[in-house]
Design a protein around this ligand. Structure first.
Ligand SMILES: Nc1ncnc2c1ncn2[C@@H]1O[C@H](COP(=O)(O)OP(=O)(O)OP(=O)(O)O)[C@@H](O)[C@H]1O
Length: 267
């Protein structure tokens, strides 16, 4: 199966802290999924299980049918790219272009292929003007796009973005939105951890909600944001359009701006 599968997965850190319990999940190739939940719910731990940085303490993680326990982290990450929450954990070269090319040279790709991959990644992330700079001389928001470009250049079928909207202004959010659309057109699967519920409502049809180490819901954005139980347990905020619709007593569990506008125009 072309998918990421988690089967009864639990994970404890070496100090004994259990961060994930009995996760069951299938994310198909080409899907676009948001993972949400309170701080410390276990989201980052769960995605690190998907790209082989963590191996399950119990249960199995399969990538396209292959168990991550049988592979090295490098082998798993050839399929599942992971953009760290904090870009400073991922950057170590002193030049943006070298940083993006680094893993491609390591994979012994020829220069033409490296050039093609770098230009695509740079174009998708809009970081052309920073290519010859030191990554630590550019703003945090741009450093995040540099790490996204590094992972895009690997051209993995699965891409995980950990908190991509953190520190981004409107332009950054628009770049991310366009990027998600392009990756979907290319048939890539994108899994995004985020605390930005507006970004979720605008960009993700499927939402996986975590609370207290577990997956407590795997549903549409609409059902998630209109479930008092899910919102309360995971301490999530309903997107603003939903809140306004609720206050106005609108029917239809609205979460999209166009739905609210249509209903208001009809009144
Ligand atoms: N290396 C580690 N050793 C021990 N415990 C850890 C380690 N990394 C994370 N934890 C703990 O595991 C739990 C889950 O952490 P995780 O980072 O997966 O949560 P999260 O849902 O991604 O949180 P956030 O939204 O704040 O990023 C937390 O209690 C955290 O303190």
């Amino acid at each position: 199966m072309e998918a990421i599968e988690l089967k009864n997965v639990s994970f404890a850190y070496p100090d004994g802290h259990v961060a994930n319990e009995e996760l069951n999940l299938i994310i198909q190739k080409g899907e676009r999924v948001a993972i949400v939940g309170q701080n410390g719910a276990g989201k980052t731990t769960a995605v690190k299980l998907m790209n082989g940085l963590n191996k399950p303490t119990n249960g199995d993680v399969l990538i396209n049918g292959v168990n991550t326990k049988m592979q090295t982290t490098a082998q798993v990450s050839a399929y599942v790219g992971y953009v760290f929450q904090n870009p400073d954990d991922q950057i170590f070269n002193s030049n943006v272009q070298k940083e993006i090319e680094y893993m491609l040279h390591y994979s012994k790709l020829d220069s033409q292929e490296i050039e093609r991959r770098v230009s695509r990644a740079v174009e998708l992330t809009g970081i052309e003007s920073y290519l010859h700079m030191n990554p630590f001389d550019v703003p945090y928001s741009i450093r995040k796009f540099i790490t996204i470009a590094m992972v895009l250049a690997l051209e993995t079928p699965y891409i995980i973005l950990d908190e991509p909207t953190a520190g981004q202004d409107l332009h950054g959010i628009q770049t991310l939105t366009k990027l998600l659309d392009r990756l979907q057109e290319e048939g890539k699967c994108v899994i995004t951890i985020t605390h930005d519920m507006e970004f979720v409502a605008d960009n993700f049809a499927r939402v996986i909600t975590m609370a207290n180490k577990r997956i407590i819901a795997d549903d549409s954005a609409r059902n998630t944001f209109w479930s008092t139980e899910i919102l309360t347990e995971a301490r999530l905020k309903k997107p603003q359009i939903g809140e306004i619709s609720e206050e106005l007593g609108m029917e239809g569990n609205i979460i999209y701006r166009h739905e609210l506008v249509e209903l208001l125009n009809k009144k």
